[in-house]
Ligand binder design. Structure first.
Ligand code: PLP
Length: 235
């Protein structure tokens, strides 16, 4: 019964997904890396279930959202259909939403301050659920952007471990829009080495190949899979 227009709309993101998967595999092989070592997070923020379902049907399992409330509205129903979906929180997290985030998300990429580390630690103990945690680093030292300063990142990872009892999986960054991303990815990789963490969450639609060349283990790709988002939703 699906109209032709419906079929085309449903085919779009799934087809673009396979293009992104191929580009990831190519970039990984080019860097002498195993494509399996790069996890693609399909960033579905602002997009509705009708856009997300075909991507799940195509086999994609890692998804990223940047707002707790939006994810709470969308994902319980989608997860009921695909219980093995791995949900990533890639946006800023307020300490008072730490419990909600620990309840819903499997990976949290935006740990960047002591207060949030304490709140996540308490939520993890209370709920008995342990999401993987990435520390966000503000590699461009932009005042408007979240993330810990690069020169405080290693000490913060140590504090997360020793003061808050948290296990840290990796580091995450969002390079400044008007700068060459490669130097930011290289800085993040260097800091991860110093902090003794293996995960590198870096690279988006415009620069994931560069990120993979510099060691990304997690790339966060929205537009190249789901198409453009509404302007209002850009944060
Ligand atoms: C929206 C977003 C992405 C995806 O960006 P695209 O350019 O659409 O691929 C990646 N990471 C974070 C933190 C985001 O907020």
């Amino acid at each position: 019964m699906a109209s032709e227009a419906n079929l085309t709309a449903m085919d779009g993101p799934a087809r673009r997904l396979s293009g992104v998967q191929a580009a990831i595999a190519k970039a990984a092989r080019h860097a002498g890396r195993n494509p399996q070592d790069v996890t693609l997070i399909a960033v579905s923020k602002t997009h509705g279930a009708e856009m997300i379902r075909p991507v799940i049907a195509a086999g994609q399992r890692h998804f990223g959202e940047n707002r707790v409330q939006e994810a709470q509205a969308k994902w319980p129903a989608l997860k009921a259909q695909a219980p093995d979906v791995v949900l990533h929180l890639i946006g800023a997290l307020q300490s008072n939403k730490a419990e909600d985030a620990v309840r819903l998300f499997d990976v949290i990429h935006a740990l960047d301050r002591e207060k949030l580390a304490a709140a996540l630690s308490a939520a993890i103990k209370k709920l008995g659920r342990t999401p993987q945690l990435f520390v966000q680093v503000n590699t461009g030292e932009e005042p408007q952007k979240a993330g810990i300063a690069p020169n405080e990142a290693v000490a913060f990872v140590t504090s997360c471990r020793e003061v808050h009892g948290l296990s840290i999986s990796g580091l995450m960054c969002i390079p400044p829009e008007d700068e060459e991303p490669a130097m930011h990815f290289a800085l993040l990789a260097k800091l991860a080495g110093q902090a003794g963490v293996a995960g590198l969450s870096m690279g988006m639609s415009g620069d994931f190949e560069t990120a993979i060349a510099l060691g990304a283990t997690h790339v966060r790709v929205g537009t190249a899979i789901f198409g453009a988002r509404g302007k209002v939703a850009e944060r």
